[in-house]
Design a protein around this ligand. Sequence first.
Ligand SMILES: Cc1ncc(COP(=O)(O)O)c(C=O)c1O
Length: 406
Amino acid sequence: MLIKKLQDKMDVLAHSDLLRHKWIAQSQTGTQQILLNSSETNPSKQTLFCSNDYLGFASHPDILCALKDGIDRWGGGSGASHLISGHMGPHEALEVKLSELFARLIPDNRCLTFSTGYMANLAVMTVLGDADSEIFSDELNHASLIDGIRLCKGKVNIYKHRDYDALAQLLDKSTADVRLIVTDGIFSMDGDRANVEVLQKLAHKYDAWIVVDDAHGYGVIGGEGLGSLEVEQSINGRMILVGTLSKSAGLSGAFVVAHQTIIDYIFQTARTYIYTTAPLPAISYALLKSLDLMHGDEGRQRRGHLRVLEQHLRCGLSDLVDEYSNAGLSISDSVSPIQAVIVGESQRAIDLSDGLSELGFRVPGIRPPTVPIGTSRIRVTLSADHSINDVDRLMDAFRILFKKTI
Ligand SMILES: Cc1ncc(COP(=O)(O)O)c(C=O)c1O
């Protein structure tokens, strides 16, 4: 019965063009990768426009060297959860470093690290979202925030994407003891940015706190690479920042930086911190190197190149969308290395993605439930390791496919 039931459900997904497939990478993360599509037998070399390795740090020789060095010094697994015996020197050093990095943006802060961003978001939302709280969440927040919110005990309000007037009206009606505004910093499927400065004004006015998931902003935007908070003019207090170390930092893990009492309480009570084995210390050790590079000259230079690529990609795509103006295409309002080409129906996104793959580019089609129904898209992400020529070649491939299919 169970097998039949599950097969029937998958048949429904297949019928709606929503079945997911695996790609098996046969070489390390980079802008060129050997990939095997699970439905094919021969791997092919593809130019990747889909990883979150924004700075190209997943293959940075100094970071890989630090990872090997970390294993030599600190061995393999941590052997236990943080609060038993798994919390080792490099874990602590990473938390201290992140806390110092954000000291000017989040005063009186402390930092707590997690194995993944997903776990960090579950921790923040379940710990802070108790029965006395009320949550105000942007409708396009990441799935891990949404799942954390689903586990909250407080009342939940979803506001229209970046509609801060609607948010203000909801806040105005709230009588809860604690109000939590929850938002992505850079939204993962469109690449647009929350207006954290406006959110902070609302937080002051309505005595609320703001949870910002800056998975796609940290390391990528801001002069020093500190992300969405750094690009705003005035940020002070009322911030609970979540960042990931799996994207621009090139390795894995996540962190939360907030007022020390908030972090102390998360440390005491978060189940995704307490009941899981601490990550390999070598990863934290190598992350220290990654952060040095990210917030130093090299990070600055790589972010500068990303900005040039983003501009070039956006101009190219917007010309293409104008050229095929009757084709029902649009591009997202991006200010980041994430750029969506919205095509509408799922099958169209699959066809375009398959066509790009045949031409040697891995650019995924993103479909519901990851994005709202009717907004399936091709999601392009850039890395500082791409060249202008890579972007031009991608544009040529889009043009070939648009000519053929539209
Ligand atoms: C906005 C956002 N938050 C959190 C996460 C989860 O991070 P991690 O991959 O470290 O679990 C992701 C990952 O894709 C993300 O895009």
